[in-house]
Design a protein around this ligand. Sequence first.
Ligand code: ATP
Ligand code: MG
Length: 300
Amino acid sequence: VDKNSQRLTIAIQKSGRLSKESIALLQACGFKFSLHEARLLAHSSNQPVDLLRVRDDDIPGLVMDGVVDLGLVGENVLEEVRLERQALNLACSVQRLRALDFGQCRLSIAVPKEEGYRGVQDLEGKRIATTYPYLLQNYLKQQGVNASNAILTGSVEVAPRAGLADAVCDLVSTGATLEANGLVEKEVIFRSQAQLIQRPEPLSAAKQAIIDQLLPRIDGVQMARESKYIMLHAPVSQLEQVVELLPGAERPTILPLSHTEELVAVHVVSTEKLFWETMEQLKAIGCSSILVMPIEKMMG
Ligand code: ATP
Ligand code: MG
């Protein structure tokens, strides 16, 4: 990567749980990329932007060192690398630009289900297998517990059965992996989602201009994902209740319907999920033709 390039470089995970959504987000923001499986670098065909596709562990360091301009990475990895680099006296500052609406997971301590566990003090003197030694020790220190790390880069969940550790500290989303290995989640030590981060030093005006355009687009994409366009026919007599039932609805549009005085069409953008229960309640107070539609893009 040429540090003086006028092209904005964005590091994303090459293949893993963040890859698809990272690319989808950038595409939804209007960047066009043609990705070749084998290539590390992908140029955008419609913007001076390059994607660098790497392992997620490398993303925070590349941004902190200013090798790339932006990165999309899980907060868990960001915080682990930050603590590690801080301990090693390496550059460890970044600008956090946005929390992104994907990559949700938690880092938790789990113990074998046959072990009695009363609280975090029971970890005293134990060995805990993890891929996140800094986040783990940071947590244990806050709790005043001394336990040692068994650092593994994978298969953390089998460590207790293999006799390598007494407990694990691993990422959890549903808990199915833990359960399959006879482990029970006991302490959530960190909650994470994907983040958009930027290198600490100011960027050239040209690069900054791209970011200034990108951020409102990210907000627009994320807001649109959470929002729905709702259309329905409502009895005029029930209008107030209808608007009250619609979650997060701003001022609705009320339109007359032909051949009736009792019913009107109501159109609203709702900023929250609309549940079946709400639709059933709307129906119960006389609404009909209730349509809930996805919104592709939004701008305030
Ligand atoms: P790499 O080869 O890039 O190092 P990895 O195996 O370390 O990949 P993945 O398992 O692909 O990483 O997870 C990448 C990130 O996705 C995690 O660090 C976390 O932030 C997030 N993540 C983890 N589990 C989930 C999940 N179940 N659902 C969504 N996101 C998750
Ligand atoms: Mg990784």
